[in-house]
Design a protein around this ligand. Structure first.
Ligand SMILES: [Zn+2]
Ligand SMILES: [Zn+2]
Length: 585
């Protein structure tokens, strides 16, 4: 989640300085504290420390009060370069700082320290603001445990999270979003709406319940529809490939720590691995026969299930599971076709975002890193094509110089959700490496053989993660076409149960997901339950409706429409579902 994009460096200096004030405040409150580390982050800052006392959120007012005293003194923040030995003496009782100093020494650098007045000092690269008085709006947020340097083998430290903004208004806005985000947390809603669960029998992997899998299937189906229209073909490649294949694509050297290795029953050491990406399998299909320029652009899609062994600290609900589905496609084309293909993918991305009411915040173009393959000329041409696409599409963007993958430049799309948070979803990546690694060829118009250009792209990214974003974006109130239950029929009394059953059968024929709530509960309870499940349409039926052969409709948003014939209802709602409308009525 990113909150601010502009003036990031300045904000980061402010936050890092606030973190120094936090350290200073805690040192004066808890003299035995040993400070370990603390950076500014995209949303604030945190401070890791070693202390033989438990800190909880109840201590925050006291700590914040101490911080305010330091801020009010408006102490200057100044830097000083030291020799390694001077720094070692300064932090002689701090094993964490000694470890940092080991690294600085090994890198042949000189350590810098930052003083706050002459009351506090820390080993730090900076940059910082000029004095503590510049801190106008800050807040401590939460406390958690954190292993020293994120390694489970190290000591567990305490981490305090906080944030700081330039103005009180900015801080308040952030806190409101944070509050709203808590209510929308996909882990909470996933449980409330019975979408999925996790079990220790498959750590980090998702068990999709009927409700959640219904939405996943709708996402797949929509994806298939638009890709068919855009002239893609769909393939399916094996889950497990040989070690040799992963050697060839370079995964065993670049990605092995995240790969599940497999031992064939007749092998002595691992000889196969579960795919962490779909590229290898797709490439083998490409190579299954000699390709011609006449087949280009060849757009080959795969809803491929991949496995990556994320550490337990990285696993995060369905946003970052270990097993997930990439809505992958590889486009093989000639150099002259690249620009058009990129533009088409960009358009497709925009079409998808609009359907979900997500807006593009900005696009990032990452260019050639220092260590890369492919000639200077090839990179230059690719980057200039990508820049032209940005210009022609007139999208807000930023260029991350030198941050592309070693095998090619890429586009990343950052989307804005309903509460203003941004998420990275789609990526489009040019690849100069794999066509070379796998000796891909095609026959040109002149009859010669050339390497094709290969584009990797995902629209949703990870479909599971995309659904996680949608859960939070819609706060669980999905548009009708995605809702696990679209219609709940609620009889006023059990005398209408038969009419309810008959209605259900009729609505099923219209291929809607309908449930008749015939439980032995009061009508009010049934309505409350449907509202909690965020069902878009409730049909309330009593004796009057049964007699007139009509329904009374209660929408999720509280709106009512009475005396509607079933035909009128199904016609209208079918249209809404077909159009994937964000409106309910
Ligand atoms: Zn610092
Ligand atoms: Zn790929």
């Amino acid at each position: 989640m990113r909150y601010h994009l502009t003036m990031e460096n300045e904000l980061s200096a402010l936050r890092h300085s606030t973190e120094h004030v936090l350290m200073q405040a805690m040192e004066s409150l808890y003299p035995s504290i040993v400070k370990a580390m603390g950076p500014a982050t995209e949303e604030g800052f945190y401070f890791d420390f070693d202390l033989n006392k438990k800190i909880s959120e109840e201590d925050f007012p006291k700590i914040e009060g101490e911080m305010r005293k330091i801020i009010n003194k408006d102490l200057p923040i100044t830097s000083k370069e030291l020799s390694i030995q001077e720094a070692r003496n300064l932090f002689k009782n701090n094993p964490y700082k000694q470890e940092w100093l080991d690294e600085i020494e090994q890198a042949g650098q000189r350590p810098t320290v930052y003083y706050t007045g002459n009351e506090f000092v820390d080993l730090c690269k900076g940059p910082h603001i000029k004095s503590t008085g510049e801190i106008k709006a800050f807040k401590l947020l939460s406390v958690a445990g954190a292993y020293w340097r994120g390694n489970e083998k190290n000591k567990m430290l305490t981490r305090v999270y906080g944030t700081a903004f330039r103005t009180k208004a900015d801080l308040d806005k952030y806190l409101t979003v944070l509050e709203e985000a808590k209510k929308r947390d996909h882990r909470k809603l996933g449980q409330d709406l019975d979408l999925y669960s996790f079990h220790p029998e498959a750590p980090g992997d998702i068990f999709w319940h009927p409700n959640g899998y219904t939405i996943m299937k709708e996402l797949f189906q929509y994806w298939r529809e638009i890709h068919k229209r855009e002239d893609y073909v769909e393939v399916r490649t094996p889950e497990i490939l040989t070690r040799k294949a992963w050697d060839q694509s370079g995964h065993t050297s670049f990605f092995i720590e995240k790969m599940y290795r497999v031992l064939s029953p007749d092998a002595k050491e691992w000889d196969m691995a579960i795919k962490p990406m779909n590229c290898d399998g797709g490439i083998l299909i490409y190579k299954s026969h000699l390709r011609s320029y006449k087949e280009f652009p060849l757009r080959m899609g795969e809803l491929g299930v991949v496995h990556r062994f994320e550490s337990s600290g990285e696993v995060h609900g369905i946003m970052r599971p270990r097993e997930f589905t990439q809505d992958d496609a590889h486009i093989y084309c000639t150099p002259n076709q690249v620009k058009d293909e990129l533009k088409k993918v960009v358009d497709l991305c925009f079409e998808v975002y609009e359907v979900f009411g997500l807006k593009l915040d900005h696009l990032e173009l990452s260019t050639r890193p220092k260590r890369s393959i492919g000639s200077e000329e090839v990179w230059k041409r690719a980057e200039s094509i990508m820049k032209q696409v940005l210009k022609e599409k007139k999208v807000p963007h930023q260029i991350n110089v030198g941050e592309g993958a070693f095998y090619g430049p890429k586009f990343d799309f950052h989307l804005k959700d309903a509460i203003g948070r941004t998420w990275q979803c789609s990526t489009i990546q040019l690849d100069f490496a794999q066509p070379e690694n796998f000796q891909l060829e095609y026959v040109t118009e002149k009859g010669t053989k050339e390497r094709p250009v290969m584009i990797h792209r995902v629209l949703y990214g990870s479909v599971e993660r995309f659904l996680g974003i949608l859960i939070e974006h819609f706060a669980g109130a999905f548009p009708a076409w995605l809702s696990p239950t679209q219609v709940t029929i609620i009889p006023i009394s059990e005398r209408q149960n038969n009419y309810a059953k008959a209605l259900k059968m009729k609505i099923l024929k219209h291929k809607m997901r309908v449930w008749a709530d015939l439980r032995n509960e009061t009508m009010q309870n049934k309505i409350r339950n449907a509202q909690m499940q965020k069902v878009p349409y409730m049909l309330i039926i009593g004796g009057k409706e049964e007699k007139a052969k009509t329904v009374s409709i209660k929408l999720r948003n509280g709106e009512s429409h009475n005396n509607i014939s079933l035909t009128e209802f199904t016609k209208k709602v079918q249209e809404i579902i077909k159009e994937k409308s964000l409106k309910l009525w």
